[in-house]
Design a protein around this ligand. Structure first.
Ligand code: OAD
Length: 249
């Protein structure tokens, strides 16, 4: 792992005034939140996260899918922002740093960043799967279970569903528009901790590049976006971002 930022990456961070940071699950990995494409552990070892995050799984077994999201919510509540989240918040002392995230956790907000778009929704915004009415905060159970029936809606009797975007569902329009506007105004786009396989979010770095905005990938591994960005730094979020923020401030 590199200890210093590559020179061109450091120079871009030093001079950028309007930065957009596109984050994915790898951003929260060092906070102890497993990524989507990593193997699951414990109770969820036998399940594939990408298969649970689907309308098909919900329709087949809502109690299973609800329990999995409740477990993830409890995990995120116990987790703390890592050095990478904190560095992005620090960076905003010296530049306008806007976060566009695919993550459904709230670790960027808790670190103090300006999150302009949660492209895939939030773990903490359940709504009725029939009438769409938002539910109040639902506390995860103390003891995780493999199946938990979702609470029922007071208005129509439908089930509470996680306020996240599942595969095959449309992205919420307003966050998507805000993401596009942020990219249009950016002079640097940093892509952190995403495999770049889920569209339309994965199309944002290309849009930036086509508009002439320099793009940097921060990820320990090669991704589907590696060929689409201008600069690559093979490091983790918690190692790389504090160094980048220090270049800027
Ligand atoms: P993935 O799980 O697909 O990819 C995680 C990425 O993070 C990989 O490229 C890893 O190499 C990288 N990574 C792992 N540890 C890291 C670290 N410490 N620092 C930096 N990078 C690290 O997650 P996403 O790309 O976010 O959508 O997945 C995209 C979407 O697919 C998710 O928002 C979710 C998922 O299914 C929906 O649920 C609709």
């Amino acid at each position: 792992m590199a200890l210093d930022a590559p020179t061109e990456v450091a120079d871009l961070a030093r001079h950028a005034r309007n930065v957009v940071v596109l984050t994915g699950a790898g951003m929260s990995a060092e906070s102890g939140v497993p990524t989507f494409r990593d193997a699951q552990t414990g109770l969820w070892e036998q399940y594939d996260a990408t298969a649970l995050a689907t309308p098909r799984a919900w329709n087949a077994d809502p109690d299973l899918v609800w329990a999995w999201y409740q477990w993830r919510s409890a995990l995120v509540r116990r987790a703390a922002p890592n050095a990478g989240h904190r560095a992005l918040a620090d960076w905003s002392r010296g530049a306008d740093v806007r976060i566009v995230t695919q993550n459904v956790d709230d670790l960027h907000e808790r670190a103090g960043s300006n999150v302009v778009a949660h492209l895939h929704g939030s773990l903490f915004a359940p709504r009725c799967d029939r009438c769409g009415q938002p539910f109040d905060q639902i506390d995860p159970p103390d003891e995780p279970a493999e199946r938990t029936p979702p609470p029922r809606c007071d208005s129509c009797g439908g089930a509470a569903r996680p306020g996240v975007v599942w595969f095959g569902e449309a992205l919420p329009e307003e966050p998507w528009e805000r993401a596009l506007a942020a990219i249009a105004n950016a002079d640097l786009v940093v892509v952190v901790g995403t495999s770049g396989v889920v569209y339309p979010a994965a199309g944002l770095p290309s849009l930036a590049r086509e508009a002439g905005v320099p793009t940097i990938e921060i990820n320990p591994d090669v991704t589907d976006l590696t060929e689409q960005v201008d600069h690559i730094w093979r490091t983790t979020a918690a190692r790389g971002l504090p160094i980048l923020a220090a270049c800027a401030n």
